[in-house]
Design a protein around this ligand. Structure first.
Ligand SMILES: [Fe+2]
Length: 305
């Protein structure tokens, strides 16, 4: 009896071991794909929205987010430089630009062709505090809003913003601004990073005085999106979520790293009746350099009447 059982069990064990080996190999291959290929598979997503008053010329907004630059990166530079060919009317950077205290020269080299266009920006937590090696993957599955400031190395925030300002980009750090772009009057309102609790909404200018009211934030917390809607925004731009970064096949996100539902954490969504473009971002933390079923992206929004 025991001999027969042994004879039946051995093939079953070998099959299980083979299946486990194949599963491990598949997982390792998927991980390698995510580290080597997917996080460099840069995409340009295009969106078209009818938001402008009748008779307005089209407005092309290039939305960048979450570059998370560290020294030595080259592939993202080639992609970002290629975006200058789009000749956008306005570039909007929704933050998380750095992932290393010495990365500012690399960031400015990456952005250089785009800094020649009119631009506006808000910071994210990774414009203030560098990521740490400790528990590096926490970004992917848990709320990190309370962790960013704990003993984290400071990033060169002031120098980065000075460089943006010198290039003519408009800071929207808890402030509003009026811009004349492509013959249109834009009323912009931005907040400092809601993920850090730094957000203080400045509101928009007087009603009826702009062709477009644009809200800008790094992290798309519901309170932030709802407040922009209440203030009268026509469109909101945000980043932060990385689109879930490590997703299921089909791009289904498991986390948003904020209180927005994961299934709405990238692409064009609507909140409070207002369209919100959430960029899946262009980078990752340098301590979690992987993307799965969620390629990095820039977004070109063409607004028409
Ligand atoms: Fe980010």
């Amino acid at each position: 009896m025991s001999t027969a059982n042994t004879a039946q069990t051995a093939p079953a064990l070998r099959a299980a071991a083979a299946a486990a080996g194949a599963g491990a190999a598949a997982a390792a291959g998927l991980g390698a794909w995510g580290v080597v290929v997917e996080r460099r598979r840069f995409q340009l997503r295009t969106e078209r929205l009818r938001l402008l008053p009748a008779g307005s010329p089209p407005l092309r907004i290039l939305h960048l987010s979450d570059l998370h630059v560290w020294p030595g990166q080259r592939s993202v530079k080639d992609f970002v430089h290629s975006l200058a060919q789009l000749q956008p009317d306005l570039v909007v950077d929704t933050g998380d630009n750095l992932s290393h205290p010495e990365a500012l020269p690399w960031l400015l080299e990456i952005l250089e062709p785009l800094l020649r266009f009119p631009g506006a920006y808000v910071p994210g937590s990774n414009c203030y505090f560098a990521p740490r090696l400790k528990n590096p993957l926490r970004y992917l599955w848990r709320d990190t809003s309370g962790e960013a400031r704990d003993e984290a190395p400071r990033l060169p925030t002031r120098a980065m913003h000075d460089a943006f300002d010198a290039a003519g980009w408009t800071p929207l750090i808890n402030r509003s601004a009026r811009m004349e772009v492509a013959g249109l009057r834009l009323d912009l309102s931005g907040v400092d990073d809601p993920h850090l609790g730094y957000d203080r909404h400045p509101g928009f200018g007087a009603p009826g005085t702009a062709d477009l009211r644009l809200g800008v934030a790094h992290a798309p917390y519901l309170r932030t999106l709802d407040r922009f809607a209440a203030d009268g925004a026509d469109l909101v731009l945000a980043g932060h979520t990385h689109g879930g970064q490590v997703c299921l096949p089909g791009g289904r996100a498991l986390v948003s790293n904020c209180d927005l539902e994961p299934e709405r954490c990238k692409g064009l969504i609507t909140q409070g009746g207002v369209p919100v473009n959430i960029s899946a971002g262009l980078g990752t933390s340098r301590f979690a350099p992987i993307r799965l079923f969620c390629p990095p992206e820039a977004v070109l929004l063409t607004l028409t009447d």
